[in-house]
Structures are given as structure tokens and as C-alpha cells.
Design a protein around this ligand. Structure first.
Ligand code: ATP
Ligand code: MG
Length: 334
């Protein structure tokens, strides 16, 4: 039955290219937003460096990985090369920001990634600031580098993220997936197309290498040399969105498979020892982090939310297959 579904693609699929591209264009942040973000980063840097002169600030997450929508919050990482107590520093930072008239300043020292939140009244931008989360800065660069190889990645990921946000399946605290996980799913999917649309950068010659928290991060980052990589594959965004949802609705083997951008392939749960629940990690949908390879980005998914997710993938696949107006139905608010 699944095979049959895969073989039958609606005949008018190309009609959907223009509306998908219009949605993509409408979500791209305008240049002046980038300028405001840089401005805010500079003023935060001044404040932080008064107290910690060697500190460096980096933007990470969607504002820097090229998968950010217009008006999204920014994620900032402060790198301090000293032995520090994160919670204490975060509380000190909160005091400093408060005295500088930043709004809604709040230190969340007990979160999985402890942060200070704030809002800048000048630019209107909200911001989450963490300390020494350098791996996130490196995986941000990896995503940004992949995005430069073939524009279809950015287009597909925008559509998938927009769908996930509309359908309320982009909420890690409710057991669904992070934006980071969805982008990795898109990269993996494009690595698997035949012919491939994306290469496996971590499987190529090393041109970029850093060691962060004992994790060696190496890959080929001269992506300007790979601009033609996907040219032999002529699939359009409409076909890719259709195939993406079909894959996650009907073809992915949830029982045995782990998707791995690092290797550009599918690994077995067995080989990762992700076959049973340990503590709160259930491994019901397995997405290997490209650098922290023991880290399954699907670990937030529980036995309830896996059903929600799979039903949403099936709903999306059905819409792509049959709905007369998929662009409305797909993004219908949940
Ligand atoms: P959004 O547009 O929804 O804010 P985002 O790209 O900022 O998307 P988040 O899921 O908020 O995505 O994550 C921000 C960044 O934090 C990611 O780009 C990634 O670098 C890092 N990150 C998030 N979750 C994880 C995780 N589970 N493991 C490692 N890094 C993560
Ligand atoms: Mg973010």
C-alpha cells in the first residue's frame, strides 16, 4: 500500500511551486532586521565586556543559521574563557541588563540550557542569552553552510518550519520537535534524493576543525565550491515538500532507523544502542545530532506526542496528495 502511495504523485503538483515560493519569500527577514540585530549585539557586547573584558558574543540559532523567519527572537551565546559558575554569571548579567533599562529581564538558571531573557526597547527585539554553549555556535555554522549549497534546502526548511509552527508540532516542552531537528530532517532528506541535492559535508575532506567540550567538530566548509552539487537533480520545491511528508508519513522505519546528517545515511537504532527507554529518553523518532552523536534530538518525543507527530505527517501527506488547495490546508492553524 505504501509503495503504491509513493508511486502515485498528483498530476498537478507543479501548480504548487508558485504559492510555496511566495510563502517562502514572505517569511525571509528583511535586511533592516539584520542590521537591528547587529546593533543590539554590539550594545550587549559593550555591557558584557565592561565586566568580562575577554568575553565574545556570538549570534546562533535561526538568526545566524539562515533558517530564521522575519521577526524571530535572537539567540546569543557569550563565550567566556574562564572557570565560571554559569548560574552566578547569568544572575550578574541579569542585574547588568536590568540597570541598562533592558526590558523583561529574566534569568532562567534551571533550564536545560540556562539563559537570561530580555527585550530591547530600542529595536523591539527579544533575546535569549546563554553562556559557553559553543557547540550550538558550531552547529549553527554547519546549518548555514548547508544552506548555501542549494537554495531548495532553505525553501523546504521554511515550508516545513512554517507548517510545524502552524500545526503546533514545534514545541519541545510538549514533546514535539525543535526547529533545529526539523532542519536536520530536511538536510538528511536532501542528502538521500537520487541524484543527491546535498552532499555529506562531514564525510568530505576536513577544511574546518574545532574541538568543543571534547567533541571534535570537523567538516568541509568551502561550500562555495559546491554550488553546482545538486544541479543534476531537477526536483522542484512542490515535489520535495510532497516527498518529504510522504517519507515521514509512510516510508520512514520508526522502529529501527536513525537519521544521520553526519554520515549522510540511515543508521540502525541497534548500532547506537537506542533500542530501549533509558530514563526519559525513549527514542521513538531518532535524529542524531551531527556533533554530539550520543544526542538524539527526538528524545523529547513521548508515546503520546509521537502519535500527534505521525498523524500530522500523514495529514500533510494526504493534503499534498489530494487537497485542491494544499497551501491553505497545510498551514491551517491547529
Ligand atoms: P526558531 O526559528 O524556531 O527560533 P531556531 O533555529 O532558533 O528556530 P531552536 O530550536 O530555537 O531553533 O534552537 C536554537 C539553536 O540552538 C539551534 O540552531 C541549535 O544551534 C541549538 N540547539 C537547539 N536545540 C538543540 C539540541 N537539542 N541540541 C543541540 N543544539 C541545539
Ligand atoms: Mg531561536
Amino acid at each position: 500500500r505504501n509503495f503504491k502511495r509513493l508511486m502515485e504523485c498528483r498530476t498537478d503538483i507543479e501548480r504548487l511551486n508558485a504559492p510555496f515560493l511566495a510563502i517562502y519569500e514572505s517569511l525571509i527577514p528583511p535586511e533592516e532586521e539584520k542590521e537591528k540585530q547587529k546593533q543590539l549585539l554590539t550594545s550587549l557586547e559593550k555591557l558584557v565586556c565592561k565586566e568580562w573584558p575577554d568575553a565574545r558574543l556570538y549570534i546562533y540559532g535561526s538568526c545566524a543559521n539562515s533558517f530564521g523567519f522575519s521577526k524571530s527572537d535572537i539567540d546569543v551565546c557569550i563565550a567566556i574563557d574562564q572557570d565560571i559558575n554559569k548560574s552566578e554569571v547569568l544572575l550578574e548579567l541579569a542585574d547588568i541588563f536590568q540597570s541598562d533599562n533592558l526590558q523583561n529581564v529574566q534569568a532562567l538558571t534551571r533550564a536545560r540550557v540556562p539563559i537570561v531573557k530580555l527585550k530591547d526597547p530600542v529595536t523591539g527585539i527579544s533575546c535569549d542569552i546563554c553562556i559557553n554553549n559553543v557547540l550550538a555556535v558550531v552547529n549553527t555554522k554547519l546549518l548555514r553552510d548547508y544552506a548555501q549549497i542549494d537554495v531548495r534546502l532553505r525553501q523546504l526548511a521554511f515550508i516545513v518550519k512554517h507548517w510545524a509552527k502552524s500545526r503546533a508540532v514545534n514545541e519541545t516542552y510538549q514533546g514535539t520537535l525543535s526547529s533545529y531537528a526539523y532542519v536536520l530532517m530536511c538536510i538528511h532528506f536532501l542528502q538521500q534524493r537520487k541524484p543527491a541535492i546535498l552532499p555529506c559535508l562531514q564525510g568530505m575532506e576536513t577544511t574546518y576543525a574545532v574541538t568543543v567540550e571534547e567533541v571534535e567538530c570537523t567538516y568541509f566548509d568551502q561550500v562555495e565550491k559546491l554550488r553546482d552539487f545538486g544541479a543534476r537533480n531537477k526536483e522542484t520545491i512542490a515535489q520535495l515538500v510532497w516527498a518529504f511528508f510522504n517519507y515521514w508519513a509512510y516510508s520512514h522505519d520508526y522502529t529501527n532507523s536513525v537519521i544521520s546528517v553526519r554520515t549522510g545515511s540511515i543508521l540502525s537504532k541497534q548500532s547506537k544502542d537506542w533500542t530501549r527507554r533509558i530514563g526519559n529518553d525513549r527514542h521513538l523518532i531518532c535524529i542524531e545530532d551531527p556533533f554530539e552523536t550520543s544526542h538524539d534530538l527526538g528524545r523529547v518525543v513521548d508515546k503520546y506526542s509521537i502519535r500527534v507527530l505521525r498523524e500530522e505527517f500523514e495529514r500533510a501527506a494526504e493534503i499534498m496528495q489530494r487537497d485542491p488547495d494544499p497551501c491553505t490546508a497545510l498551514f491551517k492553524p491547529y
